[in-house]
Design a protein around this ligand. Structure first.
Ligand SMILES: [Zn+2]
Ligand SMILES: [Zn+2]
Length: 339
């Protein structure tokens, strides 16, 4: 097999490796499409707790090529998408039904080798069979869609709510669609890139504001008659946008921190304002129990990701894909390892 291996921070090389042997309950997946995500960039820069050398890539889909002992419900030829997160099943959060918050969480492409390779071994329970006719490209993005599904359930917009999405990358553009599916009366998007604002409007945003040009509150007031939003979804992870998210929430509003902020970042918020407006601030981590529903939603066509795939590249171009991501020139890049 061939793999793009992170040898250390900022170092990536395509290497030939022997195919790993299969243990009990494992399957060998031939990787057909593997999404490049912000987490991969954090790992590449050495800003994320991962071990080197590592084959990253945690958003991927492909075909089962071989099954290990004890695997019964999948066979060679089955088309699958991978849920990368593997809880231990024994710790306190696992026992309390919060497996994604597992103390011993392992993740394919983060703590174990992942999908930036022609092949990857995964435990069979992490492989979800694809709905009929779904492309590998769309299926590979079921992982971030599954994370967004958990996120929208944490933010819990109600029919008729005004929802503000801060940041219209892949995640923000999926959140926009999910908020509309939940009956939002208007979804407002704040995003500096013109290309992404256009995409947001074409996906149904009522208003797309450039935060570098316009005052967000004033723009929302003039469009909707009232400033602020019932639900604010922060999809950037910067201190500035986190602070903006809290101050943009209306009375009784809910704020979701979805963007991955650096571990050490801190934001001043007004406890008085949180108290006086009864604001709820929530977080959302990964994709508990949502992978199957994400695939079903993508198959139904009610959430669209095809147009969010702006680049497709072979394995050897992974460093270029990460560079384009770092400089905000892509919405989603797919690595196609068989190319
Ligand atoms: Zn990801
Ligand atoms: Zn656990």
């Amino acid at each position: 097999m061939r793999a793009a291996v992170f040898l250390g921070p900022g170092e990536c090389e395509v290497l030939e490796r022997g195919l790993p042997g299969l243990q009990e309950g494992e399957v060998l997946v031939r990787v057909e499409a593997s999404g490049v995500c912000g987490t991969d960039l954090h790992i590449y820069k050495g800003e994320f707790p991962a071990r080197f050398p590592l084959i990253a890539g945690h958003e991927f889909a492909g075909v089962i090529e071989e099954t290990g002992p004890g695997v019964e419900h999948l066979r060679p030829g089955d088309r699958v998408a991978i849920n990368p997160n593997i809880p231990c099943g024994l710790c306190r959060p696992c026992e309390r039904g919060l497996p994604h918050l597992c103390h011993n969480l392992r993740a394919i492409g983060v703590t174990m080798d992942g999908g930036f390779a022609t092949h990857c071994v995964v435990p069979v329970h992490q492989a979800h069979k694809l709905p009929e006719g779904m492309s590998f490209a769309v299926a590979s993005l079921s992982e971030p869609v599954a994370c967004c599904l958990h996120g929208i359930e944490q933010a819990d917009p109600q029919p008729g709510d005004v929802v503000l999405v801060i940041g219209a990358g892949m995640i923000g553009l999926v959140m926009l669609q999910l908020a509309l599916l939940r009956g939002a009366s208007a979804v407002i998007v704040s995003e500096p890139s013109e290309q992404k604002r256009k995409m947001a409007l074409s996906l149904g945003a009522a208003l797309a504001v450039d935060p570098q040009e316009d005052d967000l509150d004033a723009a929302v007031s003039s469009a909707l008659g009232d400033p602020g939003a019932d639900v604010v979804i922060e999809c950037v992870g910067s201190e500035q946008t986190a602070q903006q998210a809290v101050s943009a929430a209306r009375e009784g509003g809910r704020v979701l921190f979805f963007g991955v902020a650096p571990e050490g970042s801190r934001v001043p918020i007004s406890p008085y304002e949180v108290y006086r407006k009864e604001i709820t601030i929530k977080g959302s981590f990964t994709n508990p129990f949502t992978q199957g529903r994400a695939l079903a939603l993508l198959a139904s066509g009610r959430v669209k990701v095809e147009d969010l795939i702006t680049h497709r590249m072979p394995l050897s171009d992974l460093p270029r894909a990460l560079e384009l991501l770092a400089t905000h020139q892509t919405i989603r890049t797919l690595i196609e390892p068989q190319e």
